[in-house]
Write a protein that binds this ligand. Structure first.
Ligand code: SIN
Ligand code: FE2
Length: 216
């Protein structure tokens, strides 16, 4: 499984540039792992994973949920942030402290001091799931970076340019890696290649990604 990916991974604690203001902090989430997984279980119990539908009417291959003041949703009306979970009719579960703390820490390490996220999108990928190239641009404030934490089986992150057609670079993301992009790189196109089969000792045959943003 994915042997060629492992040849490219750096040591935990390494910082790998993807752009001028974009980095992968290898293993950046490993120290908080038990707390992260515990908090994730709480989020999922309150607002379960579900497959949303794109504005074009197709079900997304990635299942998602949210926590924090704002949650990202997609439906026939488009992409946007909402305060209420459309599935439960209640507010999204609060952002666990450990998520906000990790996000602030990782952002600062990448040169973005004072990051206070108010939205966390949690994506669940099963083998075959993918995320096509897109920009994160439903947020009010592009001054804040995006912090993205990978757990479970590895994935190939596509990091493109400012035009959809720009050829993306490929970066493997492993369990515990944290990617941060902001500033000049904030609006770069990005995505995830179809997830390969695999098994992770803690998470089984899935990849969980959570992306922390300042949305409101
Ligand atoms: C995203 O772009 O929202 C998620 C990226 C990822 O799953 O790593
Ligand atoms: Fe994104």
């Amino acid at each position: 499984m994915n042997l060629e990916l492992f040849e490219h991974t750096g040591p935990a604690g390494g910082v790998e540039p993807m752009g001028k203001q974009a980095f992968i902090l290898r293993g950046g989430a490993l120290a908080e792992l038990p707390q992260l997984l515990h908090a994730l279980a709480g989020v999922e119990a309150a607002s379960p994973f579900r497959h949303m539908v794109t504005p074009g009417g197709r079900p997304m291959s990635v299942a998602l949920t949210n926590c924090g003041e704002w949650g990202w949703v997609s439906d026939s009306r488009g992409y946007r942030y909402t305060r209420l979970d459309p599935m439960t009719g209640r507010t999204w579960p609060p952002m666990p402290d450990v998520f906000a703390r990790l996000a602030a820490h990782a952002a600062a390490a990448a040169g973005f001091a004072g990051f206070v996220p108010d939205a966390c999108l949690v994506n669940r990928y099963l083998p075959g799931s993918r995320l096509t190239l897109h920009q994160d641009r439903n947020e009010q404030d592009f001054g804040a970076p995006i912090v993205s934490v990978s757990l479970g089986i590895p994935a190939v992150f596509l990091f493109g340019g400012h035009q959809r057609g720009d050829r993306p670079a490929r970066f493997p993301l492993f369990h515990g890696d944290v990617a941060v992009w902001g500033g000049a790189d904030r609006l770069r196109y990005h995505g995830i290649m179809p997830l390969r089969d695999g098994h992770h000792p803690a998470l089984g045959a899935q990849r969980i990604n959570f992306t922390l943003r300042k949305a409101g």
